[in-house]
Ligand binder design. Structure first.
Ligand code: PLP
Length: 435
């Protein structure tokens, strides 16, 4: 299995940006190949829009995380933040690579169990866990519950009752801000997540004195799509003042390349920064957990669309058969993607095509997938590809305008298989009860 460093070599060898999955290339005819499968044939067979997941890429990144930890410590676990791609097949692949799991709701817990994660290695998060969700976690034998707030302490104590104590971590907001969009920044002092540095000591004392709860350590997560390592170091330094614990969950947050211009840190450098800081300020021998979502799954996946219209207005508007129902991120946080015609790639991501706006089919002017992209002579019927859609794409998919959600298709070694089927119009009415 190629290591993550091989992904970085793709652009020079094949003109593909590093946003694309490992095991993708452009063939002699200029057509995109994904996991040994031709992108146009995938579009023909499974329809569009479709999420295409390169399984080898998922496995390679999981292995890279585990190897990076193993190189520095024996006492660790890597957790998949399943919110990034809540899908049974993705869970199965990552579980088979030895990854553990974080869930943030009863629904994610159900998927994680279906996906084969050992309940003892599942961590339940959430800033508003219901009593039902806490009961579900207990019934499933979830290893750790991550306590977010004072109300939850009482609620969990009631759920545990006289039963065996529940191992817990306490989520702390370290008052460290990473450079990212404010909607996905979580480490600042006034956050909806966790106990502030001011409130944490009393909460720690409260949980330590609870017969129903067994406090093993602390949790932090400062935000998502963070492209520098320093905020991760500062966050760990901040919580070192809160006491001495066996376990520290250092959260996720490593950013990825959505375009060829973005240069995220290597997974190994990210792990080294966190582990070395933890050893320095928390002491040796601590159990260190990390919970990447995006960095495990984003670049494994591309979305295929079909062009429905090319309208030359002030701009050239290239409209495809999906949009904010399958990729909400550009509309939620102005996330930037790149795009190409799947059988006419530009030589570089920087130019060579028709300046276009890649827009979706939804009834909102904000439904623009890529605001500025060069597509080579875009025409109706072309298959368009947007890379790096594995994280928070399928996860945030919706049925706006009655659009059925796309299938998830795994490709590997030239074979393709549907792991989530496309929704049907019957699915759209499946919950209707008034006939
Ligand atoms: N852990 C927690 C508690 C989170 O809230 C999130 C994402 O929001 C993650 C981990 C995963 O973050 P990322 O996908 O940036 O790695």
């Amino acid at each position: 299995m190629a290591a993550y460093s091989a992904i970085r070599m793709l652009p020079t060898r094949t003109q593909l940006s590093q946003a694309y999955p490992l095991a993708s290339r452009i063939d002699e005819d200029g057509r995109l190949q994904l996991g040994g499968c031709d992108a146009l044939e995938l579009a023909r067979e499974f329809g569009t829009p479709a999420y295409i997941v390169v399984e080898d890429d998922l496995r390679a990144r999981a292995q890279t995380f585990v190897e990076a930890f193993r190189a520095r410590t024996t006492n660790f676990d890597v957790l998949f933040a399943s919110k990034a791609f809540p899908c049974t097949a993705v869970c199965r692949v990552l579980a088979s690579e030895g990854i553990a799991c974080d869930v943030a709701s009863g629904g994610e817990l159900a998927l994680a169990l279906r996906g084969g994660f050992d309940p003892a290695r599942i961590y339940m998060h959430g800033n508003a866990k219901s009593i039902d969700e806490l009961h579900q976690a207990r019934a499933a034998g979830v290893g750790h519950i991550v306590i977010d707030n004072a109300d939850e302490i009482e609620r969990l104590e009631a759920v545990v009752g006289a039963g065996p104590p529940q191992p817990v971590l306490l989520r702390v907001t370290p008052d460290v801000r990473g450079e990212t969009h404010e909607k996905i920044s979580t480490g600042q002092a006034d956050s909806k997540f966790g106990f502030s540095m001011l409130d944490a000591p009393a909460a720690i004392a409260r949980v330590e004195n609870s017969p129903a709860l067994d406090l093993e350590g602390l949790h932090i997560h400062i935000g998502s799509q963070i492209l520098e390592l320093d905020p991760f170091r500062r966050a760990i330094e901040a919580i070192a003042t809160l006491g001495d614990f066996d376990t520290y969950n250092l959260g996720g947050g490593l950013g990825v390349a959505y375009t060829s211009a973005q240069e995220p840190p290597r997974i190994s450098d990210y792990v080294a920064a966190k582990v070395d800081t933890a050893h320095r300020v928390l002491g040796p021998g601590k159990r260190l957990l990390d919970e990447p979502g995006r960095a495990l799954v984003a670049n494994s996946t591309v979305t295929l669309y079909t062009v429905q219209s090319v309208k030359r207005n002030v701009s050239t508007w290239v409209a495809v058969d999906g949009g904010m129902s399958d990729n909400l991120r550009p509309m939620l946080y102005g996330a930037v993607y790149e795009a190409q015609v799947a059988d006419r790639f530009t030589q570089s991501a920087e130019g060579g095509g028709t300046p276009s706006r890649l827009t979706g089919k939804h009834c909102e002017s904000g439904d623009v997938i890529v605001h500025a992209v060069e597509l080579v002579d875009p025409r109706v019927g072309d298959v368009i590809v947007t890379p790096a859609t594995g994280a928070y794409g399928h996860a945030m998919a919706n049925n706006y305008n009655g659009v059925p959600r796309p299938p998830v298709v795994f490709v590997s070694g030239g074979d393709a298989r549907v792991v989530v089927r496309r929704e049907t119009y019957d699915d759209l009415a499946a919950r209707d009860v008034d006939g």
